[in-house]
Each structure stands twice: as C-alpha cells, then as structure tokens.
Design a protein around this ligand. Structure first.
Ligand code: MRU
Length: 350
C-alpha cells in the first residue's frame, strides 16, 4: 500500500520486520496522521496488539509471528530457551483471544523444524506473504460479485491495514473498481472503535465512491432497497462455517436474511479454525468499557488527537468486540480457493 509520510510517498505493508524491529502503520492514528510504530521486543509487540496499533485478524497473526520471532532472537543464547519461548508464546496468545490468526501466526514460528532466529524470521515472513497473496486472490475471485451500479455494505475494516496488504472484504471492491466496474459502498462507522474511519480512508486511496453511515442506519437502508450486497470479513471461521466478526455483524446478517440480500464473508486461510466445531465455542473478547464511554478523535481546535467522555463516570457498560454469525445466514465464503459453501470449507482450506 502506498502512503505519504513527511511528504514522502512510501510503499509498505501494514507490518514488516527490519533489523529486529517490527514496524507497523499505527492504525489508531488513521486517517489524520500516518505514523509508524516500531517495537523492539515481543513485549512491545504485545502492547501494539492490545492497543490496536496493529489490528484486523490476519495482521494480528503476522504481528504474533513477528513477536515470537523477536522472542527467539532475544532468548536464543539463553539456556532456558524452551521455557522462555513457551512463556512468550502464551503471553502473545492471550493478547487478543478471538482471532485464530494470532494462534496460527504463533504456531507457524513455534512449530518450525530446528527453530533458530533465521528460521523463525523466514517462517514469520512467509506467514505474512501468504496473507498478502491470498488477499489479492480474494480480490480477483470476489470481484465477480460486484456488478455495475450495485450498492454494497461493509462493516468494520478489512483493508490492507487489516491483512498486511490488499485486504479481505475490501479486496473484491478494489479489484472490481480497478477493472472499471462502478458501484457505491456504504461503510458502517462500526462503534465503538470506529474502524469505518480506516475503511473510508482506504477506499479513498482508490477513489472508490462511498458513504459512511452510523451502524444503526443499515437496516433502514436495506428496507429502502439501497443495499444489493453485503461483504464482511471474519476473525475466526469454525469448521461448520459459523463466523466470529466485529460486533454488529450478526445483526446485519439477520437484516440481510429478512431483506433477501446476499451476505458474504471474505477471509484468508489463517482465519479458518477447523479445530473448533462451531461458533458457540469461540472466546469473544470483552474490551475496556472506556472504548464505549469515551471517543478519541482529532481536535481541529487544538490540532491534536483528544479523548473526550460521553457519559458520567458511574455508568454501566458492556463492550464485547465480536459476535457470532451462524453459517445458515451466510450466502458464501470468499476465499483464495474460490467462493465456497460452508460444507466446502474444510476440504478446500486444510
Ligand atoms: O477488533 P479488530 O478491529 O481487530 O477487528 C477485526 C476486524 O477488523 C473485523 O472483525 C474484520 O471484519 C475481520 S479482520 C479483517
């Protein structure tokens, strides 16, 4: 992805390794500032995952793989190497529990034969590269769903920043637009973390027509016949095709069923979890209630980012980051292996 930092155009993925440092485009600053956050050890990489400096299931997976690689580099000469790596593995694993990509990223490094710093890095790089390749394939495969003049709704953020590069649900939109198909995208704002800001920013890079809406408007748009297709991402897809995705996805899927609108999910192989039978077994991350209580935005007045409170201190909140959408509400699964049905997932993605 190309972006401008300090007046210079650079072409970088969402996350990369250089000389032991893990660099990430800081997603908490988009769209007002484009900054790079670097972590020099696995503890700082955990911080970046927890604080959503790097986010989106596949990018989190890549961060986990690079984080464990940092631990391998740090402890390589230590006689307690195995135990220290196990400890780092478990600490990284618990940073964000819902996306299976995080575990898959860790396992790619942990289970590599004859692990050493070079092998760990090669494994982490190949995990990240594979996500990039799959994102592009998802775009080329999924673009067959995008027809001239249609209106597409998407939720949360599934672009380059969330998938190292290219994206999942956004990728078919980008590839269709590049091949001259013209359509309109409705972007859910996605309370509370407002990932719609990143979706809007990425769509704008390609000059794709889009409108940002409050999440609560999407049902009424469907009732007005304004939505022809819904594509969302996924954070974990279980064996039977249930998906965990950003909170609000389940409500969209129900609304889509009611209004007879096709509802697709797009994701790379690292998001598929054949070891979990169905969605009710997924651990849903509960995040800080501060995310609901406060909003962080850019103050034009002070020319800086500011957090402001929306509620009184003693107000009660809940903040689950994800929900589960059952397979029977999903029209199809856009993957690098084709647009699949739930029953085709295990045979095609393992
Ligand atoms: O909590 P986040 O922002 O890391 O959530 C992940 C997501 O961006 C979405 O759930 C997305 O649809 C799947 S990841 C590409």
């Amino acid at each position: 992805m190309k972006f401008k930092i300090d007046g210079e155009i650079i072409d970088r993925p969402a996350i990369w390794w250089e000389n032991g440092l893990v660099y990430k485009i800081d997603q908490t600053k988009i769209p007002f500032n484009i900054e790079v956050f670097s972590s020099s050890n696995y503890r700082e990489t955990i911080y970046a995952i927890k604080e959503m400096i790097i986010r989106g299931a596949p990018s989190i997976g890549a961060a986990a793989a690079y984080g464990l690689t940092q631990a391998v580099h740090e402890f390589w000469k230590n006689k307690d190497f195995e135990n220290l790596i196990d400890k780092a593995y478990n600490e990284i694993l618990s940073a964000r529990p819902t996306a299976v990509d995080l575990k898959n990223g860790l396992d790619v490094v942990r289970e590599s034969q004859g692990i050493n710093p070079e092998i760990a890095l090669a494994q982490a790089n190949s995990f990240a590269s594979r996500i990039i390749d799959e994102g592009l394939k998802i775009g080329h495969i999924g673009k067959e769903l995008i027809k001239d003049g249609i209106k597409v709704l998407t939720h949360c953020h599934t672009g380059s920043l969330a998938l190292v590069d290219h994206g999942s649900a956004i990728s078919p939109l980008v590839q269709a637009w590049k091949s001259g198909i013209r359509f309109h995208v409705y972007v859910d704002e996605t309370r509370p973390r407002l990932q719609g800001r990143m979706t809007s920013w990425e769509l704008a890079q390609f000059k794709i027509d889009h409108t940002v809406i409050c999440d609560s408007f999407s049902g009424f748009l469907m009732a007005q016949g304004e939505i022809d297709l819904i594509i969302v991402g996924a954070d974990r897809v279980t064996k039977n095709g249930d998906i965990a995705n950003k909170i609000g996805t389940y409500s969209l899927a129900i609304l889509a069923k009611y209004h007879n609108i096709p509802f697709y999910t797009a994701f790379p192989q690292s998001t598929f979890d054949p070891a979990t039978d169905s969605g009710e077994k997924i651990h849903i991350e509960e995040r800080s209630v501060g995310e609901v209580m406060n909003v962080t935005g850019f103050s034009k007045k002070h020319n800086t980012r500011e957090e402001i409170s929306l509620y009184l201190e003693n107000t009660d909140f809940r903040n689950p980051a994800f929900d589960v959408t059952p397979a029977h509400l999903i029209t199809g699964y856009i993957t690098s292996q084709g647009i699949l049905s739930a029953s085709q997932l295990e045979g095609s993605l393992t």
